[in-house]
Write a protein that binds this ligand. Sequence first.
Ligand code: GAR
Length: 207
Amino acid sequence: MSANRPLRIAVFASGSGSNFQALAEAIRGGGIDASIDLVVCDKPAAYVLERAQSFDIETFVFRPKEYASREAYEEQIVAKLREKGIDLVVMAGYMRLVTNVLVEPFYGRMINIHPALLPAFPGMDGVGQALAYGAKITGATVHFVDGGTDTGPIIAQQAVPIEDDDTREELGARIQQAEHALIPAVVKWIAEGRVSLDGRKVTVQRS
Ligand code: GAR
């Protein structure tokens, strides 16, 4: 995606930030030509902000209620992303709908991780939805972000079996394990310029 310099990433998160942590550690460990240059967060008390601080990564924190509209805070976010020269946005537990203000300039450069095998169980609580439905297999999906709720082109998926006696917490923890491997893998492919998008079809060139 980027020419001759490491891919510059912004991670968007609203909560714990375990996916941020997995990606930051993978980058620090080497082998991914990228840096996380910004964490965007809509919850001033979110634990992801402490994690970002421990990696010495700049944060952009906003309170949605202080803005007249979604578009209004997204305009500020886009300005910040441009100022930081961000190439790729990684949504990792960012629990807000997005508008065209964000999607248009970053389409094809903005990915999201969702805790289900899309198109099954989109939206809130993908883990609980799969359990309540009685599905036998669920998993994690990384997809490009479009204007819909978890509807964008799928880049990668990892299946996770549902056991008969699974609690929401147990299943959620196993899905998160899958997410923590999937997100760094996809970011590495993107950093290596191996991911192409044609309509809904995403192709990953094997190395
Ligand atoms: C992740 O499991 C992610 O899939 C989910 O939020 C969790 C965030 O965990 N995202 C969604 O449900 C979006 N629809 P984390 O803050 O520990 O990375």
